[in-house]
Design a protein around this ligand. Structure first.
Ligand SMILES: [Zn+2]
Length: 46
């Protein structure tokens, strides 16, 4: 019974939704940041 399904865009630390910022359009490099706890992750899909 969860009203909060697993969200790939949720902060792994606090569970808040992450906001993303495109760092490099050509390399698809994206920074995900959490406004709540300050977590920042970068993803670079192959
Ligand atoms: Zn967070």
């Amino acid at each position: 019974m969860s009203d909060r399904p697993a969200d790939p865009l949720a902060c792994p630390t606090c569970g808040d939704p992450l906001s993303f910022e495109i760092l490099d359009d050509e390399k698809f490099l994206v920074a995900w940041s959490c406004v709540n706890c300050g977590l920042v992750r970068t993803t670079e899909p192959t």
